[in-house]
Ligand binder design. Structure first.
Ligand code: SF4
Length: 314
């Protein structure tokens, strides 16, 4: 299955020492070795679909043309995409195959082309998009966990229209416990500033004012027992980035099913038992109040959408 020649692009992909993301594993992904993201050098794609459940300003009527990459450089223990984030489900694609899939999504009426969990493919994606960007009639969306390196993001300058990163944690302790990334906030903030530098504040289409043309959609998932951390994140963003420079997508639909699966496979973790429940109305409303007080606007997905059925079947 993996036995295809992997084409490297001179000057772009030096997998001899992968440092595409802040993990800086320093390994060669072109052979059998894998770093934290568990991903090969070649594109490893888990699913391609028209995705109707993304934020309405990118989904439109037909859905976002979404490419889910396998593997992930965060590996959150509660991940709702854990079937694919572990890098076990998917197929290798050549650059040409992925290019053909992107144009097929455009032909099906995709409202945008969205790359999900692309951090470990930034340079390969930059090389691909620099060849085909001007032939894609819809915005290009980069949807990451927010744990991106500024240097890699700079390779995407001019190729991405909409950045849609998470900003998951303020606390280093929580980031370490759930995502093995104690430096999460100190990495995610400069990454977000670089994204904003590239695409600017939100701009909507003249033809359809509900459709985002360019800008940053910032996602934040409220976790059980961590409403204070969510508020710290929002205060940091308001102070450092400016509420008006972002479209906020505040997500209240944390679903414990995936963490429960994690515990079944890895054993129970008493220090994370809060992840076995949904968030409460009090937690949701207090974070929502903070978002309003700080002047954010955007989307607030409520607790009623807290179900595994809203997660694509991988
Ligand atoms: S992209 Fe993957 S292999 Fe490269 S540094 Fe990040 S986690 Fe490690």
């Amino acid at each position: 299955m993996y036995n295809i020649p992997v084409k490297t692009i001179q000057g772009w992909i030096d997998m001899g020492k992968c440092s595409l993301c802040p993990r800086e594993c320093g390994i060669d992904r072109s052979g059998d070795r894998r770093g934290f993201c568990k991903s090969p050098d070649a594109f490893f794609v888990s699913k391609i679909m028209l995705h109707k459940w993304e934020e309405p300003c990118i989904s439109g009527e037909n859905g976002a043309g979404t490419v889910f990459f396998g593997g992930c450089n965060l590996g959150c223990i509660y991940c709702q995409n854990r079937a694919i984030s572990r890098g076990e489900r998917g197929e290798i694609m050549t650059d040409e195959q992925l290019e053909a899939e992107i144009f097929a999504l455009c032909d099906k009426g995709a409202s945008c082309i969205e790359f999900v969990t692309p951090t470990h493919y930034t340079r390969r994606l930059a090389a691909l998009l620099s060849r085909i960007k001007n032939k894609i009639p819809v915005p290009i969306v980069y949807n990451s966990g927010g744990y991106d390196s500024v240097e890699s993001l700079k390779k995407l300058d001019g190729l991405i229209d909409i950045y849609m990163p998470d900003f998951k944690y303020f606390s280093s302790e929580i980031a370490k416990k759930y995502s093995s990334a104690p430096d999460y906030a100190e990495i995610a903030l400069p990454a977000l500033k670089e994204m904003l530098r590239q695409v600017g504040s939100p701009k909507y289409s003249d033809r359809d004012t509900a459709r985002l043309k360019s800008g940053v959609i910032l996602r934040h998932l409220i976790l059980p027992s961590h409403r204070r951390d969510s508020i710290d994140v929002l205060e940091l963003l308001a102070r450092e980035i400016g509420a008006k420079n972002l479209v906020l997508s505040l997500m209240g639909q944390y679903t414990p099913d995936f963490y429960i699966e994690f515990e079944k496979e890895n054993g129970e973790r008493e220090d994370c038992k809060n992840l076995r429940r949904r968030i409460t109305s009090f937690e949701y409303n207090s974070v929502l109040d903070a978002a309003n007080r700080l002047g954010f606007s955007g989307y607030m997905q409520d607790i009623s959408s807290s179900s595994a059925k809203y997660t694509p079947d991988f």
